[in-house]
Design a protein around this ligand. Structure first.
Ligand code: ATP
Ligand code: MG
Length: 247
């Protein structure tokens, strides 16, 4: 089966720091794949490279059979590859519904909605997705008034607003309470099963990633240390050592 996302020998340096070195990873359409690794092992850097936030020093990235190594964020987003942030990025002063409409794809009205030009179709879609993540009742609250977990759900819904083919989620459950974690995990599974969205998920919460992912990659010191079934990777002595060494 061909890969939807294919990273080959990706290397990224920041001055003297080698954040990613020779990283190769692939995700097939419809998969949920986990990316684990101790703090500072290069997980977020890899996401930043994949979505075109910064250029690789070496290596290549393909998405949907297309070379995207040299493309930038907006072009890659237009191909249907989006990410969410470790620190959420919602517009705190705007309501839930306004955040959703501002996330509508550029082909639609996008930010024009701020000036009262939103289309009924987009508004209905925003409502549906807010229902989907369980925030419909809170749609008129400003995002800044939502809990951190609810802001993460909103950010997820905002990404769905753009109908991605694949989503990269950077620690979606970090800093949120157990009830919302269950809620979010359930929505991620449904987004995958019902909307067909392929997911690559960075997680430190092991029970969560064991529930979500069928396959895991573990990064340590910028390199892929292990890859395979979650139970297998979790028990890998090299992985355990990497975590203990970092603690
Ligand atoms: N923009 C940057 N400029 C300089 N150094 C950076 C930059 N981004 C990341 N780094 C460095 O690259 C290394 C990997 O960082 P990265 O954020 O990718 O790790 P991570 O695995 O996401 O860690 P965490 O689990 O804490 O989020 C770290 O040493 C970090 O300090
Ligand atoms: Mg990170």
């Amino acid at each position: 089966m061909t890969s939807l996302l294919e990273v080959r020998d990706a290397t990224k340096r920041f001055g003297g720091i080698v954040a990613n070195e020779g990283v190769s990873l692939s995700v097939r359409e419809g998969e949920i794949v986990g990316l684990i690794g101790p703090n500072g092992s290069g997980k977020t850097t890899l996401f930043n490279s994949i979505v075109g936030h910064h250029a690789l020093d070496a290596g290549s990235i393909r998405f949907g059979g297309r070379e995207i190594t040299e493309l930038r964020v907006p072009q890659i987003a237009r191909l249907g590859l989006l990410r969410t942030f470790q620190q959420t990025r919602v517009f705190r002063g705007m309501t839930g519904i306004e955040n959703m409409l501002a996330s509508a794809p550029p082909e639609g009205t996008g930010l024009a909605v701020m000036f009262g030009r939103s289309q009924p179709r987009e508004a209905a879609r925003a409502d549906d997705l807010l229902q989907f993540v369980g925030l419909y009742e809170k749609r008129h609250l400003r995002a800044g008034e939502l809990s951190f977990g609810q802001q993460k759900l909103l950010e997820f819904a905002m990404a769905l607003m753009r109908s991605p083919r694949m989503l990269l989620l950077d620690e979606p459950t970090a800093g949120i309470n157990p009830t919302l974690i269950n809620n979010l995990v359930d929505r991620l599974q449904r987004a995958n099963a019902e909307l067909g969205i392929t997911l690559l998920v960075i997680e430190h919460n092991m029970p969560v990633i064991m529930r979500l992912a069928r396959r895991l990659y573990c990064l340590a010191h910028g390199k892929i240390l292990a890859e395979g079934a979650p139970e297998q990777v979790q028990r890998d002595p090299r992985v355990l050592e990497a975590y203990l060494g970092a603690a």
